[in-house]
Write a protein that binds this ligand. Structure first.
Ligand code: ADP
Ligand code: MG
Length: 386
């Protein structure tokens, strides 16, 4: 049975009526461009085949009912008038935050019944939270005929996560879930949200992209993320720019010079400026059809995140080291870091050898066995039925 049928059946079981429709929104992997999104810079995610699927029906009485098959417990019932940022510490804050953000922006949402199920692993750096937000936003956009565009839905979802949930994340995850296209990576300028779909069909070229979930759970709203953000803001202020995005790659050395003995800020600035440049290099290589050449750029990006931005962890470093030693074209951590997942670009013929090498390295180091799967660039959020 497909996911749409499953959530439809479960919805009917829970609420005693049929849903108005079923929507799906994917998790994402970021190919390159890490910790650049809150610096007004470039990112390049693509959507996973893993999705949050939601069956949703309108209500007219100011009530929001929420249920997830992935969480213990029954239906949670909330009153729309009582939604208040920062008050909900449970998973329901994500969908409720979206409803709050829509209403706050003046959109006439009067309630909903929701049942959802997701195949996006949570806390693995694959953006299960954005999948959850975007699937709700898209459903309500359709059901209430709000006429919002994808990028606008992404903005509202980001606001839900930043303000209602209280996690200071950038705009990448929500935009990826809302806007990605199958067979493409999304080149996104996070300053003006301009986008370009870049063909990224690895299978056609005899390559694969593996995701290695280290099973180390990251905590995004935790202090380290906030510290890096604050450090980047300090760097921009010291250099007299709005955001680090405004430092041209050609001016990097001069800018670092100006930062003098601010050693930590220098490291952060160097990562962000070189990372924006790496995104542009990857776009140029892919557009030139030189896909294999992006491998070393990915590995360079990992070194920068490990040494300059200092958001990696031993497990992520080991994936990159073991995969590259076993013949990968390149590898890097993806997502915010401190755990979560890494990506490995490889020739199709080398996938088994590389997977085995990574698993063996983890066993030898005494780490929990990683979960390895292939990531095929997939479609963004869509209506599945109804
Ligand atoms: P990530 O987005 O990297 O997976 P986050 O910490 O940002 O990690 O978001 C994970 C949180 O999102 C979970 O702890 C849970 O609150 C919520 N969530 C994600 N998927 C589901 C789901 N299927 N059902 C209920 N809550 C979910
Ligand atoms: Mg998240």
């Amino acid at each position: 049975m497909g996911a749409a049928q499953q959530v439809t059946d479960a919805f009917e079981e829970l609420y005693g009526t049929a849903p108005d429709g079923v929507w799906a929104a994917p998790g994402r992997v970021n190919l390159i461009g890490e910790h650049t999104d809150y610096n007004d810079g470039f990112v390049m995610p693509f959507a996973l085949p893993h999705v949050a699927t939601a069956a949703v029906a309108r209500r007219g009485d100011g009530v929001l009912r929420l249920h997830s098959s992935d969480v213990e417990g029954g239906v949670v019932e909330l009153s729309l008038d009582a939604l208040e940022p920062g008050t909900d510490r449970e998973w329901t804050a994500y969908p409720a935050g979206v409803v709050w953000a829509l209403r706050e922006a003046g959109h006439p949402v009067t309630g909903a019944d929701v049942h959802l199920a997701s195949t996006v692993p949570t806390g693995a750096g694959l953006s299960s939270s954005a999948a959850l937000e975007v699937v709700i936003a898209l459903a309500l956009n359709d059901l209430y005929e709000l006429g919002l565009q994808r990028w606008q839905l992404a903005r509202l979802c980001q606001r839900a996560e930043n303000v209602y949930v209280g996690a200071p994340t950038g705009i990448m995850d929500q935009t990826a879930s809302a806007c990605c296209e199958a067979g493409h990576a999304l080149f996104l300028d996070t300053r003006d949200l301009s986008q370009k779909q870049i063909p990224f069909d690895l299978a056609a070229e005899g390559m694969r992209l593996l995701v290695v979930d280290t099973q180390v759970k990251h905590a995004h709203s935790g202090g380290e993320y906030g510290k890096r953000r604050a450090g980047c803001e300090k760097g921009a202020a010291l250099l007299g720019v709005d955001a680090l995005r405004d430092i041209a790659y050609a001016d990097l050395d001069a800018s670092l010079e100006r930062l003098g003995d601010e050693a930590e800020v220098r490291r952060l600035v160097r990562h962000v400026v070189t990372e924006d440049h790496r995104v542009e290099r990857v776009v140029a290589l892919l557009e030139a059809g030189d896909t294999r050449a992006i491998g070393p750029v990915l590995t360079e990006g990992h070194a920068s995140l490990r040494d300059d931005f200092q958001v990696s962890c031993p497990e992520l470093d080991l994936v990159v080291e073991a995969a590259n030693a076993a013949g990968a074209l390149g590898a890097r951590m993806t997502g915010g870091g401190f755990g979560g997942s890494a990506i490995v670009l490889a020739e199709a013929a080398d996938v088994d050898t590389i997977t085995k090498a990574v698993e063996e390295a983890f066993a030898a180091a005494g780490f929990t066995a990683p979960r390895v799967f292939e990531a095929v660039p997939s479609a963004g959020a869509r209506r599945d039925r109804g």
